[in-house]
Design a protein around this ligand. Structure first.
Ligand code: NAP
Length: 283
């Protein structure tokens, strides 16, 4: 069997088209145009590239952007000050603070200080809490929300499926498990203390690999026909590689390319969340 592709680039394009259309319709009827404020502390080239890409994605669908660059020696207090200013700025719909921030910054304090409605990454505890409780109104974090959209829009049935998520971080694994549960999957969450990882992964109709460990999931650990989502961005010989070992594509029914699977979906969900933040704020 050769797995069908869970094509993140194609599904992301669909989402950009939908958001672009929603923005034009909104502004045509006199509604406000969403605006994304990005904040980058320091000059790390990879982070700067990510921010520029996110800004370009936003502008491509008619979302305005503003770009705040702070020096690498910025203090937590200075970043908090900018965060409060952006919270109060009526023209700003959503705030993205690019991570990782320099070590001296207490990101927990900064994230807690965000207006939850403008928290486009869904990291604020109010948003995380709403998602954990299964209540409406929370901002879904971009990578987990992107994984769900990729599965659903590709025709993978989540309801009733055995879903196994490898990795329990607050950024990826845990919220992905919660969103799968919300869609009525039966969810198992694995981590470094899991006994016999393979025994769990082999039961998975949907397997999400988010451990950040190269070749962790060998093909013998995958149930034939499973939908396999490789979230991780490990590097091997200068190339991006995920958690999957060779040959998984011969066993899986569906598979994300890596790159080209979850990464494009994460950025698309950021743009969708920006639009939705404006709708939530102003109707
Ligand atoms: P993280 O904070 O390092 O968490 C890794 C998780 O994997 C932990 O829960 C850890 O378990 C678990 N784990 C590690 N080794 C394991 C093993 N041998 N067996 C079972 N579980 C194991 O990483 P993260 O932030 O969640 O990110 C995960 C990966 O996704 C990284 O490669 C990251 O670069 C990538 N990522 C990609 C995107 C994207 O858009 N494509 C977005 C975000 C992250 P413990 O909790 O027990 O330590």
């Amino acid at each position: 069997m050769t797995a069908r592709v869970l094509d993140g680039k194609a599904v992301a394009r669909e989402i950009y088209d939908e958001v672009g259309k929603a923005v034009s319709e909104r502004t045509a009827r006199g509604g406000t145009r969403p605006r994304l404020a990005t904040v980058l502390v320091g000059a790390d080239p990879a982070s700067a590239k990510y921010v520029e890409l996110k800004q370009r994605n936003a502008r491509s669908v008619g979302i305005e952007t503003e770009d705040h660059r702070l020096p690498a020696e910025t203090t937590t207090e200075e970043l908090l000050e900018l965060t409060r200013r952006l919270n109060e700025d009526e023209s700003v719909s959503a705030i993205l603070i690019q991570q990782p921030a320099p070590r001296q910054i207490d990101m927990r304090r900064v994230v807690f200080a965000l207006d939850p409605v403008k928290d486009v990454d869904g990291f604020h505890p109010v948003n995380a809490g709403l998602i954990a409780l299964g209540l409406p109104g929370g901002v879904e974090p971009c990578t987990p929300a992107g994984i769900i959209q990729l599965l659903e829009r590709s025709g993978v049935t989540i309801e009733g499926a055995n879903a196994v998520v490898v990795g329990r971080s607050n950024l990826v694994g845990k919220p992905t498990a919660l969103l799968l549960l919300k869609r009525n999957a039966t969810v198992t969450l694995c981590h470094t203390k899991t006994r016999d990882l393979a025994a769990h992964t082999r039961t998975a109709d949907i397997l999400v690999a988010a451990a950040g460990r190269i070749h962790l999931i060998g093909k013998e650990m995958v149930k034939p026909g499973a939908a396999v989502v490789d979230v991780s961005t490990n590097w091997e010989g200068g190339r991006q590689a995920g958690d999957l070992g060779p040959g998984v594509e011969t066993v899986a029914g569906w598979l994300t390319p890596n790159p080209g699977g979850v990464g494009p979906m994460t950025r698309a969900m950021l743009i969708k969340n920006t639009y939705e933040a404006e709708v939530r704020r102003r109707g």
